[in-house]
Design a protein around this ligand. Structure first.
Ligand SMILES: CC(C)(COP(=O)(O)OP(=O)(O)OC[C@H]1O[C@@H](n2cnc3c(N)ncnc32)[C@H](O)[C@@H]1OP(=O)(O)O)[C@@H](O)C(=O)NCCC(=O)NCCS
Length: 182
């Protein structure tokens, strides 16, 4: 089983999204502070939506991971459109688990998965005021290539920076709409 180590010494496990964890994932989202939720609300958290995401993971269309303690989901991270040349990355941590080096570890986990699957690159978007996330991404090699209007999980249209990490020579970001696949 894959694990990540927090700076406080806690070992957290990585699990794929399945129906067994829908309740814990809904609780994760519900417990986020208003400020974290304004930065990370990738999709709706109702059961039909989560069922579609679990199916997409099972069928290889997305890679969707939960970061867990024995009691709770504390992180959520994914590569949407994993079956495309350039998947779309997202990640977020529960407030109490931010600042523990886990963001970088989740990011490296996703980059390694995309590399292993020989993807051309990875894209992501981040709210323009999210300096912490922006630094995390640029330190990992992502480059800002513009700004886009992104459809958030609560229906808001949010202006976000668009970042790209090339994994193959001559990789190019695709033309796409910035909205959740479900
Ligand atoms: C963004 C996020 C994934 C980063 O993960 P994390 O484990 O908390 O990362 P850290 O707190 O270790 O910070 C990463 C770096 O940013 C720096 N940083 C921390 N707070 C910062 C701030 N307020 N402004 C600028 N940089 C900051 C840290 O110095 C750290 O660098 P270091 O590793 O050299 O010390 C996590 O904080 C999170 O989930 N935030 C809320 C949701 C979110 O923003 N998701 C991303 C959506 S695009």
């Amino acid at each position: 089983m894959a694990t990540l180590l927090a700076r406080n010494g806690t070992c957290l496990t990585i699990r794929p999204l399945t129906s067994a964890d829908f309740g814990a994932l809904i609780d994760f989202h519900a417990a986020l502070s208003v400020s974290t939720r304004s930065l990370f609300w990738p999709h709706a958290y109702d059961e039909p939506t989560l069922t579609r995401y679990a199916q997409r993971h099972a069928e290889g269309q997305d890679r969707i991971h939960l970061l867990c303690t024995p009691a709770a989901v504390v992180g959520y991270f994914f590569l949407w459109e994993f079956d495309h040349p350039v998947p779309l990355l997202g990640l977020g941590l529960a407030d109490a688990w931010q600042g523990q080096g886990l963001g970088a570890a989740m990011l490296q986990h996703l980059i390694a998965e995309a590399r292993a699957a020989r993807r051309d690159g990875i894209e992501l978007t981040t709210v323009t005021t999210n300096t912490r996330a922006f630094r995390l991404y640029t330190r990992a090699g992502f480059v800002r290539i513009g700004d886009v209007e992104n459809l958030a999980g609560d229906g808001r249209i949010v202006r976000e920076h668009r970042l790209f990490l090339a994994l193959a020579p001559d990789a190019r970001p695709p033309v796409r709409d910035f909205k959740p696949p479900v």
